[in-house]
Ligand binder design. Structure first.
Ligand code: GLA
Length: 395
């Protein structure tokens, strides 16, 4: 978060500011590791965001600096964008320009004009963010999406938000090198206050679903375990590969093509581990559909069992939880939460707990105490509210 002596745009760049854009992080209410299986997800954009301040340059250079790496200015040329040369967090910024250049040829405007970046001018970009890094709240998608909407506005690109989400995912996959799905960027771009985004990751049809937490006196707590994870390596990549293996063995393009009626056949054909990975994805897709229906028919107080079941499935079948996440979830559940689960890619990061407002203090105190008793690092616990997706700030 900014403080008065934090670095600012003016302290670093001498171009004139042409605007500020903001894009939120996200929490996934339910639907984990379903996005890259063409399945369903139900994330919400949260009131933690990246804000970028942008200046217009007269050349074709892109420069980026940030509050989290004070004084360092990264640089790239629009004429020589190469993902192999992008350093650290600057890949989240410059990777978007690179991915736009790659993907814009897929777009034609209504009067069939090709869009490209040949006329694009350079930018000075200052990045500030209050989305915690490494907590599984998509701090990287928040940077990508703030940059994507700013570039689309400033360079007059006639493109849709789902297209910008696909640009963000392409950049994350090929410039950053994490084989992630399209959920995080979609949530950051399509989110709405007090609502979740129900996304079909195959058709990319998105529907805004009213959450109704405040009228039901419920709050969504994030419990950041501060156990760090990375998705460019390790378990995330392996889980994705298991899903592909399972789909191939079952003769479908993706696990989305299966439902609970296929579980018996899957069990007879697959090895135990692959079967459990597949069972998670199949049942999780069903839980997303059930959560959307339950929210509509009975309100948020009735979705707790689905959140709890999702956690069990991730812990036992998909095996992406860690003891800190399990402790956060079980403590929240036993001290008043309506439901709780880990959120995001797993192997660390955060859990969410849906709690009655008057139990917030009790649950928070109980989780802090349980972590201290277990000798774990103190978690960071805070409430989040569903917020609007990426937008240009006034003034
Ligand atoms: C990470 C990825 C998403 C998604 C989740 C798991 O957040 O970036 O695309 O796969 O993990 O649901």
């Amino acid at each position: 978060m900014s403080t008065t002596d934090s670095p600012t745009f003016d302290g670093i760049f001498d171009t004139e500011v042409v605007g500020r854009w903001q894009a939120p992080g996200r929490v996934n209410l339910i639907g984990e590791h379903t996005d890259y299986n063409d399945g369903f997800v139900l994330p919400l954009a949260i009131d933690r965001a990246t804000t970028i301040t942008v200046g217009r340059r007269n050349d074709r250079l892109l420069r980026a600096s940030s509050s989290f790496e004070p004084g360092v200015v990264h640089e790239a040329s629009l004429d020589a964008l190469d993902p192999a040369t992008l350093d650290g967090w600057s890949a989240y910024v410059f990777g978007i320009a690179w991915a736009l250049a790659k993907k814009l040829p897929e777009v034609t405007t209504s009067d069939d004009v090709a869009i490209d970046l040949s006329e694009a001018f350079g930018l000075d970009i200052f990045v500030d963010s209050d989305v915690p890094v490494g907590a599984g709240l998509s701090s990287s998608a928040a940077i990508e999406c703030s940059v994507a909407v700013a570039m689309a506005d400033l360079w007059n690109l006639d493109v849709t938000r789902p297209f910008l989400a696909s640009v963000g995912q392409y950049s994350e996959n090929h410039a950053v090198g994490a084989p992630t799905g399209i959920m995080d960027q979609s949530a950051s771009l399509l989110g709405r206050a007090d609502s979740a985004v129900f996304l079909d990751c195959r058709s990319l049809d998105a529907e805004v679903i009213d959450l109704g937490f405040a009228p039901a006196s419920l709050e969504l707590l994030v419990i950041d375990t501060r156990v760090e994870h990375a998705h460019a390596t390790g378990g995330y990549v392996e889980r994705r590969a298991s899903c592909e293996k399972g789909a191939a063995a079952l003769g479908v393009t993706s696990l989305r093509d299966l439902d609970v009626s296929d579980l018996e056949r899957a069990e007879s054909l697959l090895d135990d581990e692959t079967y459990r990975r597949v069972r998670h994805v199949i049942t999780e897709n069903q839980r997303v559909l059930d959560t959307v229906r339950t929210l509509r028919e009975s309100g948020p107080g009735a979705i707790g069992a689905l959140l709890d079941a999702s956690h069990v499935s991730m812990r036992d079948d998909f095996e992406i939880s860690v003891p800190e996440l399990d402790l956060a979830v079980s403590t929240a559940q036993s001290t008043g939460a309506v439901g709780a689960r880990m959120t995001g890619g797993g192997f660390g990061g955060a859990a969410i707990a849906l709690v009655p407002s008057d139990s917030r203090e009790t649950v928070t105190a109980a989780v802090l105490e349980a972590f201290a008793a277990a000798g774990y690092r103190e978690p960071t616990i805070f409430a989040v509210h569903a917020a609007d997706g990426a937008h240009r700030l006034e003034g």
